[in-house]
Design a protein. Structure first.
Length: 498
């Protein structure tokens, strides 16, 4: 049963993509297949999460080759949470796409590409091997590049070119670092590496490789100063594509950083984690300042992707069980919250045909429920109680205070204030001021259903996590304990072959 569960989140989107491809121009069939496929990914993620919580870390060795020689799939609580979130966001985006993706893109492979993207995401979360992590990153890169360029508009191609160029550089650095790592340790299995790396002399060689991985994953995650490609790319494609990119692609980069700097590169913590702390602060500040300066809805939200990545890195940099719990909690919160905000921007665009804040207005009077949904997501992003963002930031701030990292705590609080300011700007321009556009493009009943079902579901989750934070905190704490104690991961993977 374990073998099937761990393979399911990878094989399901692959089969779904193939079926969608053979469905041809029968768009209704592609939609139906994709809905079923994403629901199955979500179900498999939930079942993996339940099994890991009950029985501990789950491992399968493909082809019955023992670790570290074969292909290993591993699910601890952190990876199980990420697979579950991937399934949830995939399902939400597929539903939303039914109202917000044009028929031309649907005919040219939108649904197969989304499923291939989800296959790469789930593969990256479940792999126990650095080379296979590289393979899944390449699956992500190829499918995301095509999705970004799908439609062939001039501005799309310009953004896609920046995106693919920087990510190819990141992939080259990743492959180079993996090759050096194999030369040093003779293995790329993560559990095996965790045992061998402390014995490599001089230890500075390991730190050099760690820095290569930091740059490679930092480009993919959007860390300072490597994020400049992100706001020029993410605001260009249709909103469903932007939403899935925001929810998952940068988070795969953060996931890889967390996995690497808790399991592999822990020999020079004083140096590496101090560097991570500085990068986290600069990422938060530059991201939020970029957001404050924007007057385009999605571009503003794209800069906030960057600032929120800084919070995720903050917990990893502090590197205590409480700080890692804050990173896990914040990961859950930010995936849901940012997705909700992008979905709101998509509905606004669908109604008025623009993302320019100056040209919008009046939504509080004409669409009060949409306004309330935006407010809940915006307040959560800013960290106001009792929503999920407050508790996520509370854990990180508490961890920073306990570790006497007062500088990063001050930065985190300052960035929260500026985040609230930028959300207030959106509220003022889009929802509160009188409407400046009198013509609207009314949505049909089916389009409203496809738009509101995922948005309402995500906002309800944000609110529920905030109001019932204790169970989520316990789950995050358990996940952090597994990340902090490497021995459980090593034992689960290597078993009697240490």
């Amino acid at each position: 049963m374990t073998d099937f569960l761990l393979v399911a989140p990878i094989i399901t989107p692959l089969i779904t993509a193939i079926l969608c491809f053979f469905a041809g121009e029968r768009i209704w069939l592609q939609r139906s297949i994709s809905l079923i496929g994403q629901a199955l990914i979500l179900l498999s993620g939930v079942l993996i999460l339940i099994q890991v919580e009950r029985d501990g870390i789950q491992v399968t060795q493909l082809g019955n080759w023992p670790a570290p020689f074969g292909i290993t799939l591993v699910a601890d609580l952190f990876s199980a949470i990420m697979v579950t979130l991937a399934g949830l966001m995939g399902l939400s985006v597929i539903i939303f796409s039914m109202a917000h993706i044009d028929s031309q893109r649907e005919r040219f492979g939108y649904y197969p590409l989304i499923n291939v993207l989800l296959m790469g995401v789930c593969g990256a979360f479940l792999t126990g091997d650095m080379f296979n992590l590289y393979v899944w990153f390449e699956v992500l890169l190829i499918s995301s590049f095509v999705l970004l360029a799908l439609g062939g508009e001039q501005r799309q191609l310009s953004g896609a070119l920046k995106y693919v160029t920087l990510n190819i550089i990141a992939s080259m650095l990743f492959l180079t670092a993996a090759g050096i790592l194999y030369g040093l340790a003779g293995t790329l299995n993560m559990a095996d590496l965790s045992q061998r790396l402390p014995d490599i002399e001089p230890s500075g060689l390991t730190t050099v490789v760690a820095m290569l991985f930091l740059v490679a994953f930092g480009i993919k995650a959007g860390l300072f100063p490597l994020f400049f490609w992100l706001p020029d790319s993410y605001h260009i494609p249709p909103v469903p594509i932007t939403t899935i990119f925001s929810a998952l692609l940068t988070k795969v980069g953060v996931y890889a950083l967390v996995r690497s700097f808790t399991l592999l590169f822990v020999q020079e913590n004083e140096y590496t984690h101090t560097l991570l702390l500085i990068i986290a602060a600069l990422t938060m500040i530059t991201g939020v300042l970029g957001a404050v300066a924007q007057m385009e809805f999605r571009r503003l939200l794209s800069f906030h992707i960057i600032s929120q990545i800084g919070y995720l890195l903050m917990g990893l940099a502090i590197y205590t069980p409480l700080a890692l719990a804050g990173t896990v909690f914040f990961m859950i919160h930010v995936i849901l919250t940012k997705s909700a905000l992008f979905l709101v921007s998509g509905i606004v665009y669908k109604l008025h045909g623009t993302y320019d804040l100056k040209k919008l207005g009046g939504f509080y009077r004409s669409h009060v429920w949409l306004s309330i949904l935006f407010l809940l997501a915006a307040f959560s992003l800013a960290g106001l109680p009792p929503l999920s963002g407050f508790w996520a930031k509370f854990l990180l701030v508490q961890a920073g205070l306990e570790d006497k990292e007062y500088g990063i705590v001050a930065v985190a609080l300052f960035v929260s204030v500026l985040t609230l300011f930028s959300m207030t700007k959106i509220w003022s321009e889009v929802f509160w001021k009188p409407a400046t556009i009198t013509t609207t493009q009314p949505l049909t009943r089916s389009e409203w259903v496809a738009s509101l079902v995922p948005l309402v579901s995500v906002v309800v989750l944000i609110t529920a996590i905030g109001l019932g934070a204790e169970p989520m905190f316990r789950l995050s704490q358990d996940a952090a304990d597994q990340l902090f104690d490497r021995s459980a991961y090593i034992t689960a993977v290597l078993g009697d072959n240490p």
